[in-house]
Design a protein around this ligand. Sequence first.
Ligand SMILES: Cc1ncc(COP(=O)(O)O)c(C=O)c1O
Length: 397
Amino acid sequence: MPSISNKGTQMPASPIRKLVPFAEAAKKRGVHVIHLNIGQPDIKTPKVALDAVRNHNIEVLEYSMTQGSEEYRTKIAAYYAKRDIDVAADEIIVTTGGSEALSFAMGTIMDNDDEIIIPEPFYANYNGFATAAGVKVKPIASSIENNFALPPISKFEELITPKTKAILICNPGNPTGYLYSKEEIRQLADLVKKHNLFLVADEVYREFTYDGRKHYSILQEKGLEEHAIVVDSVSKRYSMCGARIGCLISKNKEVIGTAMKFAQARLSPPTFAQIASEAALDTPQSYFDDVIKEYVSRRDLLITELNKLPGVKVAVPQGAFYCVAELPIEDADHFAQWLLESFELNGNTVMVAPAAGFYASPGLGKNQIRIAYVLEKEQLVKAVQILGKALTEYKNK
Ligand SMILES: Cc1ncc(COP(=O)(O)O)c(C=O)c1O
């Protein structure tokens, strides 16, 4: 048989999806599985977005422009202007999800064996994008003890080598829920300027910030124009994960010019989804106010309930809709599988995402899980009750 690539062999499987067969088997046994493991919001997609597709009279479903339709990019620029972010339509490339923007960013700025520093735990697919681009991830651990705040800048400096090309942050963070302060962004900005690196910020959860905190984008940082690359997406913002629309933004003309070549190779982003995403920009602020109110009340309830469980430690998220919890166990991978294979409470169990897959350093996060609070409150309470009973039974095994 012809052999597949080393890259393919090294490509990590999704740490979230690998438990799916066990969840399917549990369901076949008649056990109801409450999914705390996925970031698919249960919030309705704004009606304006769906209506725009329903009411469209397209006769030929053509390719769009490689960089996305001009009308859409102009409206995206207006969206940023309202958030004190100054970008022009030609500084934006519309992509097939934030995922494609991430892979364009890596391809644009890095060669084989170049290094990218990423605070961990981080969105697990960064490992996949880095492997696909032949790039080495240099992780830098953040800690649950201080809510996963930015590690000291000196730790970043220790990791910088001649191969380092960029620092990647996720703000607010998946899986941590941490929202970087203006001061932390400023420290990173100074660092990348000092060492002539790129700063890539995945801001797909930008709208989801809590307790009156405001998101500070790297695009707002003066003097960072040549260094800053932002990845964005409509997936979570408008509960439109299936649209597959995102964008890559930079004021650095060479970055945009190069990313355009990667974009040309895949011709164009999806046309119908751009129509939906353009219309979604007319979503009234009241939609976000309601969604944020809902996430805050879910978060508060989830944290309160988790804190009642003996030995459980949890970081309080300030944004996005995930939290990382430390459990009084040794191996969350084993525990998560056991929950699906061997445990039920009145016909129910829970599926969680073991956090080790969100770390690049071996051994870190082994006793942690990520919980996504994209379920109704009643379900969340039930899920934590199940988790509590399961922890007691698991420890006494
Ligand atoms: C932090 C982060 N970045 C990027 C993505 C990719 O999203 P999409 O490709 O749907 O825009 C996700 C999806 O969960 C995410 O959590």
